[in-house]
Design a protein around this ligand. Structure first.
Ligand SMILES: [Zn+2]
Ligand SMILES: [Zn+2]
Length: 375
């Protein structure tokens, strides 16, 4: 299976800035999120693909490794070893990743047989209000923990793993292939260097068992889709006494009924009556802290943006709160009664006298005239 280029996956150029990268990722994540595309395998794959690409490219050191070596620079997948296939891990832990620079040193190929546990990822769905204000949530994650019976060794009580006889404890074997001699991970001990002659009954020699862990996660105020919260040591238990991996809680902010978020700014659309738009007036507009009054000047056109400073989101990385942008949309009145019709009819006639009341329409008709004149 060949992987697509990460930049191509996110639809960005190689030299793209971090901010642009995040934007591109967010757009894809929103579009292909499993919650919005239930039972859609293609979307799920795209979602995972985008996650993986962003995971790498958003990390400066991984991005550098990827730029230089391509997928080979970052694919140190340590996740191949779930006992029994780990089918029930597939959904929330779509991809298991490892730190290329940090974690790999103690990982596969280490001589002592100890392997750092895999990092896990958990997607946390949040409402906009929770994301903006911060919250505490309790999550339940399936993970691998050290087997209590054998204390993680995988060997039956009273016995201990012995040095692998196939590789002599090195974890690697040399295979002759034609002219070449190729080094491979030892098929017997899978690189551990040790093998278990008398496996533990509780974990069948794996040293780890599946368990659900309940964790409390503090979500700081201002988080946004794609932000990660790292819970150090809460990933899978390491094999053969290795250190546990980390759990990454990845935030996904649900769409809001009223507000659209773009970084620290919020947008909303506010309907206003035709009369308020023409005469000016005061509107009640929603903010995350309740309603506020907004003065609309006379002659307000539909689509006009009004900025409420500081009513956006205070970013999680610090800095001042963004703004709330209210876009007014003039609503055409419907279900008019007779009296209202008469008034409007009269009003229409009063406009016909002089065209200065509709500057936009005038400009438009002028343009149309010129267009046909040029033909
Ligand atoms: Zn055990
Ligand atoms: Zn071996």
């Amino acid at each position: 299976m060949s992987k697509r280029d990460y930049y191509e996956v996110l639809g960005v150029e190689r030299g793209v800035s971090e901010a642009e990268l995040k934007k591109a990722y967010r757009r894809l994540a929103m579009k292909h999120h499993p919650d919005r595309n239930p039972d859609d395998k293609a979307s799920e794959d795209k979602f995972k693909e985008a996650n993986e690409a962003y995971e790498v490219l958003s990390d400066a050191s991984k991005r550098a490794a990827y730029d230089q070596y391509g997928h080979a620079g970052v694919d140190q997948s340590m996740g191949g070893g779930h006992p029994g296939g780990g089918a029930n891990f597939s959904d929330i832990f779509g991809d298991v990743f490892s730190d290329f620079f940090g974690g790999a040193a103690g990982g596969r190929g280490g001589r002592g047989g100890a392997q750092r546990g895999s990092d896990l990822r958990y997607t946390l769905e949040l409402g906009l209000e929770e994301a903006v204000r911060g919250t505490s949530v309790t999550i339940r994650v399936p993970t691998l923990v050290n087997c209590k019976t054998c204390a993680g060794s995988g060997a039956k009580k009273g016995t201990s793993p012995v040095t692998c006889t196939t590789c002599g404890g090195i974890g690697q074997v040399r295979m002759q292939q034609g002219f070449f001699s190729v080094q491979q991970t030892c098929p017997r001990c899978h690189g551990n260097g040790k093998m278990i002659t008398d496996p533990c009954g509780s974990c069948h020699g794996h040293g780890r068992v599946e368990e659900h862990k309940t964790l409390s996660v503090k979500v700081p105020a201002g988080v946004d889709t794609g932000d990660r919260i790292r819970l150090s040591g809460e990933g899978e238990a390491g094999a053969m006494g290795g250190p546990a991996g980390d759990l990454y809680v990845v935030v996904n902010v649900r769409e809001h009924a009223i507000f659209q978020r773009d970084g620290k700014h919020l947008y909303c659309e506010v309907p206003i009556s035709f009369a308020d738009a023409a005469l000016g007036g005061e509107l009640e507009v929603p903010t995350l802290d309740g309603r506020v009054k907004l003065k609309i000047p006379e002659g307000t056109q539909t689509g006009k943006l009004f900025r409420l400073r500081g009513k956006g989101v205070a970013p999680v990385r610090g800095g001042g709160a963004g703004d709330l942008m209210c876009r007014v949309a003039v609503e055409t009145p419907v279900h008019l009664d007779r009296r209202q019709r008469e008034l409007l009819e009269e009003f229409r006639q009063s406009l016909a006298v002089d065209s200065s009341h509709s500057p936009k329409a005038n400009g438009w008709f002028e343009g149309v005239k010129r267009f046909f004149g040029d033909l």
